[in-house]
Design a protein around this ligand. Structure first.
Ligand SMILES: C[S@@+](CC[C@H](N)C(=O)[O-])C[C@H]1O[C@@H](n2cnc3c(N)ncnc32)[C@H](O)[C@@H]1O
Ligand code: SF4
Length: 478
């Protein structure tokens, strides 16, 4: 790592080479600014359509193609963090009363029922599962036998590709619990290939305000334990969680240098409708916060110092120490070019990528855990909302998803309407003028990608590519 003053002046220079702060005004006029606390929905643009654009749907008819990825949602956590958007409830494993433990076994039973019905569907289409992600929530809060049963059930019911990547989510509390190491070793023996957990921050005050239930030392210890069992593991951090100062970022960078996670995800905090959001807006809390420019400075500092440590940047948030640590599930989760089957409360799925013409369906299970369990126990389908892709939506999705990874499947234009194509042509023209997009020539032709300046505003720019229909669905009711 560089010396702190050196690193800070490098980041300042890099921003001024990009024209910051002068260019900020022109960017704001195009609708681009760092709206950390007022951007709703998910914490970053992770899906197209955004989940808030889904609308109530009856059980849709869906047919999977040759392959799909599988996501399973476990909605239980040892701490319910003040900033979190996920569907979770508090649960402390075997320290809970018998009644609380039966809520969890009831949920696992419902999951089993849902799995059976999809196993039947995927059996008839001969669909193979190519990667598995058990997320939440904090799946590692489950007992070892519950986790092993879940893995066994998946293999028993579905055709899982040989060598499929299997990722499980954990947390510093569950990893450092007395049975944490043994649980991880058992998971590894049962074919889990990757571990992912949130550290969020290494600043004790931030951890306290976030309700994480541990201090810096515990997070570091969790990293050491993870490294002991897995060679592929990820930590999540959140920029601007309560403090958002450059000193806090520096502290986090120092810890990364110490523990060297093979994969780092460094989210931008998004706090609308969360207790964090209210806290941030209180007048007496304002002064410790970063403004747009400090946020951008923090981002640049993260990029530059992780590069110094040997990390390769995959997108605005993700960094790897080697190619083999790139998360294959990430591509699937956001993508409309591969299918996903999501099981469990609030899980979403998308299907239809393997048909000839662009189209397909995005659908999501109920977001209430008792409702999810009740529906399955009484023979009903847990799917609650959906969104149908027509060729114009497919074009929008190809921009939203493609721009993040620097690829743009141009063939989406072939099917979209003229109105949609010219809508995006105009948008691209406008954004190229302020230099947040750039054209590059590659073996497969000319591509559009975010420029370095554009990457600083990645989520904000991707959101500009939402289709007019999605923007209308997201608009507050009049
Ligand atoms: C399912 S959790 C990861 C595993 C585990 N539950 C934990 O917290 O350690 C997914 C990640 O989403 C991120 N996240 C949740 N809410 C967020 C928000 N409002 N803004 C930014 N990131 C958020 C956190 O970094 C979190 O680690
Ligand atoms: S951040 Fe992780 S541990 Fe905290 S509530 Fe969300 S899913 Fe649970």
């Amino acid at each position: 790592m560089r010396e702190k003053t050196d690193a800070f002046s490098h980041a300042t220079d890099a921003l001024s080479q990009l024209g910051i702060p002068k260019i900020l005004e022109a960017l704001r006029a195009t609708g681009i600014s760092v709206r950390r606390s007022d951007m709703g929905g998910s914490h970053s643009v992770v899906t197209y359509p955004p989940l808030h654009a889904l609308r109530k749907t009856e059980s849709p008819a869906v047919t999977y193609g040759k392959t799909t990825s599988l996501y399973i949602h476990i909605p239980f956590c040892e701490s319910v963090c003040t900033f979190c958007h996920y569907v979770v409830q508090h649960y402390r494993g075997n320290r809970e009363s018998a009644a609380r433990q039966s809520v969890v076994s009831g949920y696992m039973h419902a999951l089993n029922i849902e799995m059976n019905s999809w196993a039947h569907e995927l059996g008839t289409t001969g669909t193979t599962i190519t990667s598995i992600y058990i997320g939440g929530g904090t799946p590692l809060v489950l007992e070892t036998h519950q986790l092993v049963d879940l893995l066994d059930m998946i293999r028993l019911k579905f055709k899982v590709a040989e060598g499929a990547d299997i990722c499980v989510e954990a947390s510093p509390l569950t990893i450092t619990a007395t049975d944490g190491l043994a649980k991880l070793q058992t998971l590894r023996q049962h074919g889990v290939t990757r571990l992912s957990f949130g550290v969020q921050s290494l600043d004790n005050e931030v951890l306290l305000r976030a309700g994480r239930g541990y201090e810096r030392a515990t997070a570091i210890r969790a990293c050491m334990i993870a490294a002991q069992v897995f060679d592929n593991w990820n930590i999540d951090l959140i920029q601007s969680l309560y403090k958002g100062t450059s000193d806090e970022i520096w502290e986090n960078l120092q810890a990364i240098d110490q523990v060297r996670p093979p994969h780092v995800t460094w989210y931008h905090g998004r706090f609308m409708d969360r207790p964090q959001g209210h806290w941030r807006n209180e007048p007496n809390m304002q002064k410790g916060f970063e403004n747009d420019q400090q946020t951008l400075f923090g981002r640049m500092l993260i990029w530059q110092e992780l590069a110094q440590m040997g990390y390769r940047q995959i997108d605005g948030n993700r960094f790897v120490l080697g190619e083999r640590f790139v998360d294959p599930f990430k591509k699937t989760r956001t993508s409309v070019t591969s299918d996903l089957l999501g099981l469990g409360v609030s899980a979403y799925s998308h299907v239809g990528s393997q048909s000839h013409e662009p189209g397909g369906l995005f659908f999501r299970n109920t977001t209430k855990t008792p409702d999810y369990v009740n529906r399955l126990e009484t023979g009903f389908n847990p799917i609650e909302s959906g969104f149908t892709f027509d060729p114009d939506e497919h074009l929008a999705a190809s921009y939203v998803v493609g721009l993040r990874t620097g690829r743009l499947p141009f063939q989406a234009h072939v099917y979209a309407s003229e109105v949609a194509v010219s809508y995006y042509d105009r948008l691209i023209h406008e954004l190229s003028k302020v230099k947040v997009l750039e054209l590059v020539n590659s073996d497969s032709g000319t591509m559009i990608r975010l420029s370095e300046l554009g990457r600083l505003f990645e989520d904000e720019i991707l959101a500009l590519f939402y289709s007019p229909r999605v923007l209308e669905l997201l608009a507050p009711a009049k």
